[in-house]
Design a protein around this ligand. Structure first.
Ligand SMILES: *Cc1c(COP(=O)(O)O)cnc(C)c1O
Length: 392
């Protein structure tokens, strides 16, 4: 059926190429876990999870058991880490779909253990998360001992990984990251002292990888006979996180990423109608835009319910015929109006680019983020589910 023209195009080949570039950056020291949570950052899980697997990913990361089940449906052989932990009653589904949980609370281990007992499973891998300073999820290093007793050899739980989240890897002053890794060093020593050994040291996001931390994390892992697992998200989708400008000189890995990563997503719509209006015409809710001269206006089939931030009204441009056309007036729920006075020959049906390239111009998720006062992660994940993702 022909569709309302508001869609996202996904270059699955770019996801593959980005994964390979990042994996080469981590190798031979560390392996990558591809973060595909939140529908692959709005890029479409069913397109992106198979793409990273084709490129060699053995691990995927999702937020929840629900997302894990969706990832399992399209990636039958990957290991799938549930980074947001499980919720009461989710143990049986976790096991049924062979998902690997992140856990840090005794009740989560109870839940997994009860499900393992019920299923007659003897060795369920678990990644324990350590809170090394972010105060979000994870157990404090000082309280770890009591959780480690749950992984004795008679247990149905197997300590497969130790995880933490580096929360300031984009800062030029690497003090917070260094402090977090020092804490992880003590944690690994405590695990060994308890007679346990985990296979994976699961640490680091895009910012850490691109800042060149793979080797540091891997050597910490190697000191304890472990392997390093790094968890990039944003970089897989072609963007390097913005770093502190004081980061100087730029790490070689970041320079490489900026040259090599390719954007994956383009967001498009079409001109619905074009109208000529006299000076004095008001546009949109509350008439916040007034034509100062005779103008031509084009209606675009995209609004804030599609994820186009309402704050962009009167202060952002979209691309049409390779030219930036300013948004005129407030963005409506399902529509927006652009000023195309300077663009001759425009016609209904012409393609409008909200995010991506057209001709020599392009609009990035950073451009959207700056105008909306947020970050690219939020721009991507807010593109509404009613906007179809189409592979190209
Ligand atoms: C989302 C997330 C990541 C990926 O972060 P990026 O900055 O997108 O690379 C890594 N680890 C955890 C725990 C996350 O929640």
């Amino acid at each position: 059926m022909p569709m309302r023209p508001c869609w996202v195009e996904i270059r699955a080949q770019a996801v593959e190429d980005n994964f390979r570039l990042l994996a080469a950056m981590a190798a031979p020291h560390a392996e990558l876990l591809a973060i595909v949570k939140a529908d692959a950052y709005g890029h479409g899980l069913s397109l992106c999870a198979p793409a990273v697997v084709r490129a060699g990913a053995r691990w995927l990361g999702v937020t929840s058991v629900e997302e894990g089940i969706a990832a399992r449906a399209v990636s039958p052989h990957a290991r799938i880490l549930v980074i947001g932990g499980l919720f009461p009653g989710q143990g049986p589904d976790l096991l049924r779909h062979s998902l690997t949980p992140v856990a840090w609370e005794p009740w989560q281990l109870d839940e997994i253990e009860a499900a393992a007992r019920a299923a007659g499973a003897s060795s369920i891998p678990v990644h324990l998360e350590i809170d090394t300073g972010m105060s979000r999820q994870g157990i404090a290093p000082g309280e770890l001992a009591s959780l480690l007793t749950r992984f004795q050899s008679s247990s149905r739980l197997k300590l497969d990984g130790l995880m933490t989240h580096l929360f300031a890897a984009d800062e030029a002053n690497g003090r917070i990251t260094a402090e977090q890794l020092t804490q992880m060093g003590s944690v690994l020593a405590a695990v060994a002292a308890a007679g346990l050994r985990a296979e994976w040291l699961n640490v680091g996001n895009s910012a850490a990888l691109l800042a060149g931390q793979a080797q540091t994390i891997a050597s910490l892992a190697a000191q304890h006979g472990m392997k390093a697992l790094i968890r990039p998200g944003l970089a897989l989708y072609g963007l390097s996180p913005a770093y502190d400008p004081a980061f100087d000189p730029l790490p070689q890995t970041l320079a490489e990423a900026r040259l090599g990563l390719r954007p994956v997503l383009s967001w498009k719509s079409r001109v619905v109608t074009v109208r000529s209006v006299p000076a004095g015409t008001v546009v949109g809710y509350n008439g916040t835009f007034v034509a100062t001269e005779p103008m031509r206006l084009a209606l675009v089939a995209a609004g804030y319910a599609d994820g186009l931030d309402r704050r962009l009204g009167n202060r952002f441009s979209l691309l049409v015929r390779g030219i930036r056309a300013p948004l005129a007036g407030r963005i409506s729920m399902d529509q927006a109006v652009i000023d195309v006075t300077e663009i001759p020959g425009l016609a209904p049906g012409d393609e409008v680019v909200l995010l991506g390239a057209q001709g020599r111009e392009s609009i990035s998720a950073f451009d959207h983020a700056e105008a909306a006062g947020t970050i690219p992660w939020e721009i991507f994940t807010r593109i509404a589910s009613r906007v179809p993702r189409v592979a190209i």
